[in-house]
Design a protein around this ligand. Structure first.
Ligand code: URP
Ligand code: ZN
Ligand code: ZN
Length: 473
């Protein structure tokens, strides 16, 4: 099958030029002028449109068990929402249940393989660490899993001690893994949560008050120092506070191999959103901060301190007692109502995988906070390079997978849960006016989204093996 995309303007992380793109089967075979001279099966007119590499969201949690429920997008519905938002590759976190990493990865393959509708890979959580686990970590590379997530919070569940993070990072350094860190101060959170509950402070805003930003700043500084001690690259996930950006900048200025990611929710929302009647919708960890934090994060995106915009997509229903219609079927999954009398029982996480590109486009490119090229770098090219997918993914180059978004910069939409396609009953950006939206999305040469039509299929997404020893950007 040969497809020609004709007359569009290609945007890369560093360039903007008009050219045709020839796709042969799953790959881009040629980029140039007048490629209509070639015999093709399909011609797609992209005049007046922008051509972007398919987005890569390196931070998703599909079908994740949490607090007596499960995140409400699985590896099909989440992939479909991603595709409608212009994302063609996702990297999901494998939770660790014990000392057998192979068992946990097999379990995540069982859940994802039959459902995957876009390409995907896995990170491995290291939330239990011992010699058996240490011995298995190098095996993950053979499976194409080259990143590990550690936690300095969620005491007694996901957190491991600093000494073990240090040990994990040494293994990572030796074998070429990237360590990712959830940076909050778990001990302080424990104390503040107990105090809040004993004083009857149970509303959603207390989720934020009990997870203070200084704890996050301190944990990022700790991460930077662990990267300095070990020489191992470190990637701070879901950055949310101004001081975190300062700590990251400090480390980077010294040449310590540290990088960072933020997510759209931290660019727009604050603790005030948790004070609303429906504040539980905004509960995620780390929490929303202040307007000053929003602005410092934007600055970090502009000046290169932060390299990636992910989503931390981990949706729950706001009211999981009422069903929604999904692909013609009623679906109902317990959600945020589980914590209506106690914020510690609200499952933490937000929808976002389908929102990321459209929101960042209007608010970032449209408002001249970031350039077109930076948009591509943050959402596709940098994630591909940092996580060992480049140049197969994250680029429009001959030989790359034909993961392509034809973007209509003139399209105006009123955004919300219908357009985001996420399988939950709310959207954080409900009613926002957006200018610019994906028109067609190609996954390895196949058009899976055309306007409002869906042509993707469960099982057609491929697991992509990632490489080790990737660059620090
Ligand atoms: O609240 C969140 N972010 N839930 C997902 C787990 C995590 O820490 O990323
Ligand atoms: Zn996290
Ligand atoms: Zn997460």
């Amino acid at each position: 099958m040969k497809t020609l995309i004709q007359g569009g303007t290609i945007i890369s992380a560093s360039d903007e030029y008009q050219a045709d793109i020839l796709i042969e089967d799953e790959k881009i075979s040629l980029i140039g002028d007048n490629l209509s001279l070639f015999d093709t099966d399909l011609v797609v007119n992209a005049e007046g449109k922008l051509i972007l590499p398919g987005g890569i969201d390196v931070h998703t949690h599909f079908d994740l068990p949490m607090l007596n429920t499960v995140s409400s997008d699985d590896h099909y519905s989440g992939h479909k929402a991603a595709a409608f938002g212009g994302t063609t590759t996702v990297i999901d976190f494998v939770p660790q249940s014990g000392s057998d990493l192979h068992k946990d990865i097999d379990n995540w393959f069982e859940k994802s393989e039959p459902k995957a509708a876009i390409d995907y890979s896995f990170h491995m959580n290291i939330s239990i660490f011992n010699q058996t686990v240490a011995n298995q970590i190098p095996d993950l590379l053979k499976m194409g899993i080259s990143s590990l997530k550690v936690f300095t919070a969620y005491n007694n569940t996901l957190r491991i001690q600093d000494a073990d993070i240090f040990r994990v990072m040494r293994i990572a350094q030796e074998h070429g893994f990237l360590t990712m860190m959830h940076a909050e101060n778990g001990d302080i959170i424990e104390i503040l949560v107990q105090e809040a509950l004993s004083q009857g402070k149970v509303t959603p805003e207390w989720h934020a008050h009990t997870r203070p930003s200084w704890g996050a700043v301190e944990a990022v500084a700790r991460g930077v120092s662990l990267a300095a001690h070990t020489g191992a690259p470190l990637y701070i996930v879901h950055m949310n506070a101004a001081g975190e950006v300062d700590q990251l900048a400090y480390g980077r200025d010294l040449g310590i191999p540290v990088m960072g990611e933020t997510c759209p929710q931290y660019l727009f929302f604050t603790v005030k959103d948790l004070q609303r009647e429906d504040g539980a919708k905004w509960i995620c960890s780390p929490p929303m901060r202040s307007e000053e934090d929003n602005e410092r994060l934007w600055l970090g995106l502009m000046d290169g301190t932060i390299q990636v915009v992910g989503t931390d997509h981990c949706p729950f229903f706001f009211d999981g007692t009422k069903p929604i219609l999904y692909e013609g079927k009623e679906i109902k999954i317990p959600g945020k109502e589980l914590g209506k009398d106690d914020f510690t029982k609200i499952p933490n996480g937000l929808p976002g995988v389908g929102d990321r590109l459209p929101i960042l486009w209007t608010e970032g490119v449209g408002k001249e906070r970031i350039t077109l090229n930076r948009f591509v770098a943050l959402t596709a090219t940098n994630p591909a390079k940092i996580f060992g997918l480049y140049p197969r993914k994250g680029a429009i180059l001959p030989g790359s997978d034909a993961d392509i978004v034809i973007w209509d910069p003139e399209k105006q939409v009123k955004f919300g849960k219908e357009l985001s396609h996420q399988r939950t009953d709310y959207n954080l950006y409900e009613g926002w006016d957006l200018n610019g939206f994906p028109e067609k999305v190609f996954l390895r040469g196949k058009c899976i989204v055309d306007g409002s039509s869906w042509f993707g299929k469960a099982g057609e997404g491929q697991f992509i093996k990632r490489s080790a020893f990737n660059p620090v950007l």
